[in-house]
Design a protein around this ligand. Structure first.
Ligand code: IPE
Ligand code: IPE
Ligand code: MG
Length: 244
């Protein structure tokens, strides 16, 4: 077991493999997405229990809009249903729910549900659960740069004020600390345009398990992997040992 002091504060997850999970069972892809909701529920519980402070889940990417129309519309319906079904329980468990991504691209019914869920849970002090929908890492950087450029054009800042912090503060995750650990299920070892800026120093953990099958065993394996890493941020191992 990982001990409390080496539990990642922020875990980000690329929940991949729903389609293959369904195909293995000769089911339609949306059955895989539906089954994936159970793994989300389980992961939220585990993260809270293990003392993770922030959990960011990649649910739908900017590029996923290119999937067949039927799959996209079923996914959107599933998001609405899952919100309807889960928010009260999340609220009872003191979870604060937030969304990142281009929400104006979503249908009005879903936008309303998201806003209501964020409002209902905004005062909660437990796990911060952040769901990325219609999210892309490049889109995020572009929208942040646009905001900085707007402030520059308005004369509120100068070119010299544009630094790491100025951009980072306008990103979707804003003041949320960078993810310490990235988990990707489904066997692929790539970032797929997730939190490009914020993952700069995340530890990466990949597993072959398909998302609907992800559970306690896999989550704890990821935490154990994380606990064994020495995070150096460009320093030498000796330097890191000297301060710890
Ligand atoms: C991840 O599972 C869920 C979304 C991207 C919405 P996939 O649907 O990508 O599953 P595979 O990769 O096809 O198995
Ligand atoms: C990444 O999975 C996006 C989400 C999990 C929401 P994809 O299945 O879309 O990624 P690629 O296309 O295999 O890189
Ligand atoms: Mg996939």
């Amino acid at each position: 077991m990982a001990t409390d002091d080496n539990i990642p504060r922020h875990v980000a997850v690329i929940m991949d493999g729903n389609g293959r999970w369904a195909r293995k069972r000769a089911l339609p892809r949306h059955a895989g997405h539906r089954s994936g909701v159970g793994a989300v529920r389980e992961t939220v519980k585990l993260a809270a229990r293990r003392g993770v402070e922030y959990l960011t889940l990649f649910a739908f990417s900017s590029e996923n809009w290119s999937r067949p129309r039927d799959e996209v519309s079923r996914l959107m319906r599933l998001f609405v249903e899952a919100l309807q079904r889960e928010v009260d329980e999340l609220h009872r468990n003191n979870v604060r729910l937030e969304f990142i991504g281009a929400r104006e691209q979503l249908q009005p019914g879903l936008i309303d549900k998201i806003a209501a869920a964020e409002k209902q849970t905004s005062g909660n002090t437990g796990l911060r659960l952040i769901i990325a929908v219609a999210y892309g890492g490049r889109w995020d950087i572009v929208q942040a740069v646009r905001q900085v450029a707007g402030r520059l054009a308005a004369g509120e800042i100068t070119v010299a004020d544009i630094d790491d912090a100025a951009i980072a503060s306008q990103l979707q995750l804003g003041e949320v600390p960078d993810p310490d650990l990235l988990i990707r299920t489904g066997g692929e070892q790539r970032i797929s345009n997730f939190l490009l800026w914020n993952l700069a120093y995340a530890e990466l953990w990949f597993c072959d398990t398909l998302w609907p099958d992800f559970g306690e065993k896999e989550f704890d394996e990821a935490l154990e992997y994380y606990a064994r890493r020495q995070r150096r941020y460009g320093h030498t191992g000796e330097q890191v040992e000297a301060v710890s």
